[in-house]
Design a protein around this ligand. Sequence first.
Ligand code: ZN
Length: 323
Amino acid sequence: MSNQKVLAGIDIGGTTVKLALFTVKGEILAKWEIPTDKTDYGKKIMEDVKVAVTNKLAELNIPYESLKAAGVGAPGPVDTENGILQGAVNIGWKDNFPLRDLMQSALNVPVAIENDANAAALGEMWKGAGSGAKDLICITLGTGVGGGVIVNGDIVHGSNGAAGEIGHLTSVPRDGYLCNCGKRGCLETVASATGIVRTATDKLATFEGNSVLKDLLQQNGKISAKDIFDAAKSGDQLALETVLSLADHLGLALANIGSVFNPERIVVGGGVSKAGDFLLDKIRQAFDQYSFKAVAESTEIVLAKLGNDAGIVGAGWLAANKI
Ligand SMILES: [Zn+2]
């Protein structure tokens, strides 16, 4: 395998660093993860990645010189031109962190960096549900709501790297919930796992009818997003109203984004998307209701395919296309 060219994809999160080695065509040769060492302002992470990659290449009998490039996804706004990452506080890194240059010195190959949500969107475009599409919106419904906007096969960054922050579109003007970003009424306050739980819990406070969720809240002291979807699927009225409200917010936001970008496909991922077609159908209905006709007719809405691997696959795409 000595003539083989190999690429590395690295997805740095607050708990683990996910890694993969790829062929130039994007076939995965190995995929694994290491814990994120956040001590000492996350100084050791670059060296840990270097050791992990070196050992894995040795294990696969691939000489280190076969490694030609690496892509890195990390949480926070990224200045891709200068290779600078901002505000990755949950990794311990300080502001204006020169991630690209530090990773380049550690690995001794060219490195490209990208925000992790954007990397996940690129991963879905390269090998997942967006495969074959060049105009793509990806939305990730997890604890928060993440997004990535791809136009003509590449991520849209905007002037400050903050484009595609779909989770912070204002969905509830004026008296919405306070968001972690400091603004009120952001999409993620109503359309994330956290948001749907809060919506249901608020409804329950004044609800006088019967609901499975009422019983679960009494028994366990809390309810989860999965409880809400399970109850909605079995016909529980309050749970169904909650899911419809979430789908309505998402459909409206996506319809507005659709009018700007006219995407070929919208890819919906993240933990909440495990609700599957039950949720997708409701988002589709709301999307059709709010969309400009030509946009509604030309946009598919599909479930993400790569799950937690989307970030490393997108990092692999960076290594293949941005060096
Ligand atoms: Zn926000």
